[in-house]
Write a protein that binds this ligand. Structure first.
Ligand SMILES: [Cu+2]
Length: 80
């Protein structure tokens, strides 16, 4: 909404979250699937071992949407 991008503008930003409840690669995949559905999400790094989720976006995405997506996957997360 009113957000403009230019090629090569380097408008990507990352947000970090701490996820609880993940135990294996399937958990990581579930989180990646749900968070990946959010418009504007460009890259997702997620580790079941550390619980860390790093989301790279090309346009502003509300934390609430990311947290809800993690919830859809069956886990809880907080913004770091
Ligand atoms: Cu698992």
């Amino acid at each position: 909404m009113g957000y403009l991008t230019r090629e090569g503008a380097g408008a990507m930003t990352t947000s970090e979250y701490q996820v609880t409840g993940m135990s294996c690669g399937h958990c990581e995949a579930a989180v990646r699937d749900e968070v990946g559905k959010i418009t504007g999400v460009d890259d997702i790094q997620v580790s079941a071992q550390t619980g860390r989720l790093v989301v790279t976006v090309t346009e502003p995405v509300d934390d609430a949407r990311v947290l809800a997506a993690v919830g859809e996957a069956g886990y809880e997360a907080v913004r770091v």
